[in-house]
Design a protein around this ligand. Structure first.
Ligand SMILES: Cc1cc2nc3c(=O)[nH]c(=O)nc-3n(C[C@H](O)[C@H](O)[C@H](O)COP(=O)(O)OP(=O)(O)OC[C@H]3O[C@@H](n4cnc5c(N)ncnc54)[C@H](O)[C@@H]3O)c2cc1C
Length: 269
């Protein structure tokens, strides 16, 4: 599946970027988790967004998404797991799918929570961020799913269906992943279970983990006034670029990133 602009995240920044890249006539694909998993969704009132005083987070996200769909943006439900640029094209892994685009807008919001001890050390050697990608490697073996989103339960069910013996842990607070060459056990909130694999299913990933070589400062993506990052064809907008962590700022940056991505595509074609 190939588009001119791919947007990661369907919060205010991503939807604004999508609308504005479409306004410039570019084909747009938005890759994102379900809207109910957006942090703004449960907010009862958003009072400081101009023009819509008292609107709920759910209403705001629903209207913005409808506007992006009506502008012609397409949507792909899933989590982006990695992004790499090869010969002028960006390739984005989303679950088992590989998506392609000329330009990418990162709009994944802020990442809440820290990595667990052992997570980085055993990544690819028992630790995985994607059940549908790596599940078959653990068929017939015990695995733990550490779920931090509603869709994580569905991924745990998928692992059961393909024959893994699954222990599902809902939002454990503290975990340590242990092993020698590969994962052998995980201890969460004081309880240790022996497992061959640990699936860490969070709604978002740190930008630098998603895109190797991306410049970040204090965990926030470094951008210039065009919302361009240090990598060609890669733009960022919203909470992921830093404070103030507010809707109006996210929407404004999304507009600039969407226009800049569209201009980049025009220059490159
Ligand atoms: C409870 C609450 C109340 C708030 N109230 C207000 C308020 O009143 N006024 C105000 O201005 N701001 C408020 N905010 C802040 C506001 O929600 C954020 O500033 C705004 O949503 C940022 O928009 P964004 O698009 O940058 O990121 P987000 O809205 O966080 O959207 C990012 C989206 O990308 C998805 N995503 C992340 N990584 C990936 C990936 N790898 N693959 C696929 N999808 C991914 C996330 O799941 C999320 O849905 C509130 C926040 C909270 C939590």
């Amino acid at each position: 599946m190939s588009h001119e602009v791919l947007v990661i995240g369907s919060g205010p920044a991503g939807l604004s970027a999508a609308i504005n890249a479409r306004t410039r006539g570019r084909s747009v694909l938005v890759v994102s988790n379900p809207p109910e998993e957006n942090p703004l969704w449960p907010a009862g009132r958003v009072d400081n967004y101009p023009g819509l005083p008292g609107v709920s987070g759910r209403e705001l996200l629903t209207v913005m998404r409808r506007q992006a769909e009506e502008a012609g943006a397409e949507f792909f439900a899933g989590r982006a797991l990695n992004a790499l640029r090869i010969s002028g094209t960006w390739y984005i892994g989303a679950g088992p799918r590989m998506l392609a685009a000329k330009a990418v807008v990162l709009a994944g919001g802020v990442v809440r929570g820290r990595k667990f001890p052992g997570e980085e050390e055993f990544l690819g050697r028992g630790v995985s961020y994607c059940a549908t990608c790596d599940g078959m490697l653990y068929r017939g073996r015990p695995v733990a799913v550490l779920g931090y989103s509603d869709s994580a339960r569905r991924e745990a069910d998928f692992l059961r269906e393909i024959g893994c013996s699954v222990t599902y842990l809902h939002r454990p607070r503290t975990c340590v992943i242990q092993g020698r060459e590969t994962v052998e056990s995980v201890t969460c909130d004081g309880e240790t279970i022996e497992v061959a694999g640990v699936f860490l299913l969070r709604p978002s990933m740190a930008p630098a983990d998603l895109v190797p070589g991306l410049a970040v400062e204090d965990g926030y993506v470094t951008v210039d006034r065009r919302m361009a990052t240090n990598l060609p064809g890669l733009f960022a907008a919203g909470d992921c670029t830093g404070g103030p962590l507010q809707v109006a700022k996210a929407v404004g940056e999304g507009l600039i990133a969407g226009q800049s991505a569209a201009a980049y595509v025009r220059q490159e074609s």
